[in-house]
Ligand binder design. Structure first.
Ligand code: NAP
Ligand code: ZN
Length: 349
């Protein structure tokens, strides 16, 4: 067993604090990664505080992991000691069902194993990236082609990147498409960058007037303040697709009204309480669709990382120390981060 320092929440109301965990010794198909950086996703906060009512304690969050390979089993083929590597939201799945065969392990019929908080449909707890090292089987380890100097900024691609890339691909975003991104947080800012790189015309919908200039700098062609009814009306029935990243319950109807005939709004934000909508007439009159999407498969996560390396896309981050995490959570709740906190494990305290 390998000892690792970590940070854990012991209950829904206790702040994260130092905690020691153990990782298995790497087996023949395993890779051990010394974690260099870990992004801070809003899902980490939902989990640490048991907002989704499924948290196993102690809870060691973190699923935007990048680091260096320090050990590899003798059956590991595509990655070697010394390489940079990443781990996202999943570390295992059944491997036999149709979604697993099709590379969509996130929809595994038996439930994938989360990097933290264990198998989604029950089972033992797992510990995530707020730790010094992790052991993962090779088939769930990602290769990183970005320049090493950008490594901290690459970490958020492992969740925020793939969670936005996958639906943008699935709903065929690209040239000639008008795409709305709702919310400029960790997911939203990657959504803006990736949709722009795919060639779409991007409209950012934000509740924060202070983010207008950043939205444009990050790749939005237009920015709309979502609380301003007049600004919203200008987009009525104009959008092909909307990606909604908001982390809190809100009225979906003002956004549904912006979709064209056959347009889709896909929810990726996962608030703990339900949205107070939709109004069915906003769907039936233009055959609009309301959909959801969960992270992305391992093959697609590699495709996304390669796409981002090719287009020189990384996350805008604020680097923090591990012992800053509780303050970072409070700031994330106030949308006070541009646009992702990333923990620097070199300063693990
Ligand atoms: P985040 O960085 O906190 O960003 C959320 C953004 O939502 C905020 O920046 C804000 O943008 C907007 N917002 C508007 N009203 C809000 C309110 N009352 N409370 C909070 N945010 C509000 O969060 P994130 O890491 O991007 O995650 C967003 C959501 O996606 C979370 O619920 C997370 O659990 C979920 N998630 C889902 C998946 C999936 O697979 N579907 C994967 C990862 C995360 P503006 O200031 O621009 O309005
Ligand atoms: Zn996440």
């Amino acid at each position: 067993m390998i000892k690792s320092k970590a940070y854990a929440a012991q209950s829904s109301t206790s702040p994260l604090a130092p905690f020691e965990i153990h990782r298995r010794d790497p087996g023949p198909e395993d890779v051990q990664i010394s974690i260099l950086y870990c992004g801070v996703c809003h899902s980490d906060l939902h989990t640490a505080r048991n907002e989704w009512k499924n948290t196993l304690y102690p809870s060691v969050p973190g699923h935007e992991i990048v680091g260096r390979v320090v050990a590899a089993g003798n059956k590991v083929r595509n990655i070697k000691v010394g390489d940079l590597a990443g781990v996202g939201c999943m570390i295992d799945s059944c491997g036999h069902c149709k979604p697993c065969h099709e590379g969509e392990e996130q929809y595994c019929e038996k439930g994938f194993t989360g990097t933290y908080n264990g198998p989604v449909f029950g089972g033992e707890n797992t510990y995530g990236g707020y730790s010094q090292t992790i052991v993962v089987k090779e088939s769930f380890v990602l290769r990183i082609k970005h320049d090493e100097k950008d490594l901290a900024n690459v970490a958020p691609l492992l969740c925020a990147g793939i969670t936005t890339y996958s639906p943008l691909r699935h709903w065929k975003t690209g040239p000639g498409k008008k795409v709305g991104i709702v919310g400029l947080g960790g997911l939203g800012h990657m959504g803006v960058k990736i949709a722009h790189a795919m060639g779409a015309h991007v409209v950012l919908f934000t509740s924060s007037p202070s983010k207008i200039d950043d939205g444009k700098r990050l790749g939005a062609d237009e920015v709309c303040i979502s609380s301003d009814t007049r600004q919203m009306e200008a987009y009525a029935s104009k959008l092909d697709f909307i990606l909604n990243t908001v982390a809190a319950p809100h009225n979906l109807d003002p956004f549904l009204q912006l979709l064209k005939l056959d347009g889709t709004m896909t929810l990726i934000g996962a608030p703990a309480e339900p949205h107070p909508s939709p109004e069915v007439f906003n769907l039936i009159f233009r055959r609009r669709q309301l959909a959801g999407s969960l992270i992305g498969g391992i093959r697609e996560t590699q495709e996304m990382l390669d796409f981002c390396a090719h287009h020189n896309l990384v996350s805008d981050i604020e680097l923090i120390r591990m012992d800053y995490i509780n303050t970072a959570y409070e700031r994330m709740l106030r949308s006070d981060v541009k646009y992702r906190f990333v923990i620097d494990m070199a300063n693990f305290q």
